[in-house]
Structures are given as C-alpha cells and as structure tokens.
Design a protein. Structure first.
Lengths: 114, 116
C-alpha cells in the first residue's frame, strides 16, 4: 500500500526559482493538507483541501499556492522561492467524516532555498 | 491561544526509566479527538493513538499508555521501561468534530532522548 507519496523527497533551489511539490494518495481520502515543519515550531498548516477543486488557507499560506484538480493529488507551489521557505514539507490526507480520523502523512520533502 | 500545549520541549532519560509526556488542550467543542504521533530521527510521522472526547478510559498498548482527563484537559502519554528506540519527537494533536472540523491542531512537540 503506497498511502501518501510525496515527490520530490529533496530539492535545492535558488532564491526566486519556482517549484511544485506533488502529493498523491491512493486511499480515496477527501481531505488533504500541506504542513511545513521547522525546528522548534512543530507542524504549521500551509493550505488544505476538503475535496476535489477546493482549497483553503491555513496558518502560513503566504508565498505558496495549491491546487487540487484531481481527488488523489494535492500540489503545493512556490512561485518565487525565498530562504525563509527552507523547511521540511509534509503532505497528509484524512478520510471522512471530518474531525474524526487521524492524518496519514507522506514521508516529507526537504526543501533548501539558497 | 494555543489549542494544544506541550510544555516539555525536551526530556532526557536513561534506558528503562519511565517517562511521561504532557499534553494540555483547549477547545469549546463538545466532541473532539485527541491524537499522539511519533517522529523518529528518520523523519516520518507515525500515528500512535486516537481518543474521542467521550471515552476517558485509559489505554495501554505494550509499554505505552495514555491518560485522558477531561477535568484537566490533558492527554498524557507514558512510556514504561523506555528504550533507545523510543528516542523521537512526540506530537500531541487535537481535532474538533464540529467547530473548525477541517483543521488539525498540533502541539509543538516534545523531544525524548533515551540514553543507553
């Protein structure tokens, strides 16, 4: 069972470059999330989606865009990367009903912006 | 205000000691769920347990046990006879079934170091 898969696992960018992180889940989950994890900050929610075609902002959305064109995929984009976006990014999915189930996480994507 | 507080940033114990990780939460919802996740040095996030707000029974799974007390809004995690493999960052989390049900609130994590 693949579960939640993130690509790429590692990426180094220069300031101003753009990139997209892809999250794919094969569990038919409605809810998907993007978090970033920085030392001492825990997990902070960037954006989330409650279904295909819908997205919403989390705690720290600035500098990121997302899209959920297909139910199984949730893309996180950085249009103009900044060093402050150096972080580990986690994608997660969750089944319905909302508010009840646990999050299933991907393995994380480590992004370094120089 | 923080919905989930893990006041212990880092704990160090010697192998075979018991250790309790504290978690205090805040919610106005009548139905909610509490979770613990483990993040070992390899980095992945591993789900450990989920409890709903109507079930205050303590739970034990091997060397792990969880104490849920609504009166003090706490959901503490105890590892008995700790082992080096327990070294990890542990996150407590809250999800509300009615209010803000789309979101999942994490504490800042407690790093547990178990020394041989």
């Amino acid at each position: 069972n693949a579960g939640v898969t993130q690509t790429p696992k590692f990426r180094v960018l220069k300031t101003g470059q753009s990139m997209t992180l892809l999250c794919a889940q094969d569990m038919n989950h409605e809810y998907m999330y993007w978090y970033r994890q920085d030392p001492g900050m825990g997990l902070r929610l960037i954006h989330y989606s409650v279904g295909e075609g819908t997205t919403a902002k989390g705690e720290v959305p600035d500098g990121y865009n997302v899209s959920r064109l297909k139910k199984q995929n949730f893309l996180l984009g950085l249009e103009s990367a900044a060093p402050s976006q150096t972080s580990v990014y986690f994608c997660a999915s969750r089944r319905l009903p909302p508010g009840t189930g646990e999050l299933f996480f991907g393995e994380g994507s480590r992004l370094t912006v120089l | 205000a923080q919905k989930v507080t893990q006041a212990q940033t880092e704990i160090s114990v010697v192998e075979k000691e018991d250790v309790t990780l504290d978690c205090v939460y805040e919610t106005r919802d009548t139905t909610y769920y509490l979770f613990w996740y483990k993040q070992p040095p390899s980095g992945e996030l591993v789900f450990l347990i989920r409890r709903n707000s109507f079930d205050e029974q303590n739970e034990i799974s091997g060397r792990y046990s969880w104490n849920f007390q609504k009166s003090t809004s706490s959901f503490n995690f105890t590892i008995t006879a700790s082992q080096v493999v327990d070294s990890a960052v542990y996150f407590c989390a809250l999800s509300e079934a009615n209010l803000n049900f789309n979101k999942f609130y994490f504490g800042s994590g407690t790093k547990l170091n178990v020394k041989p």
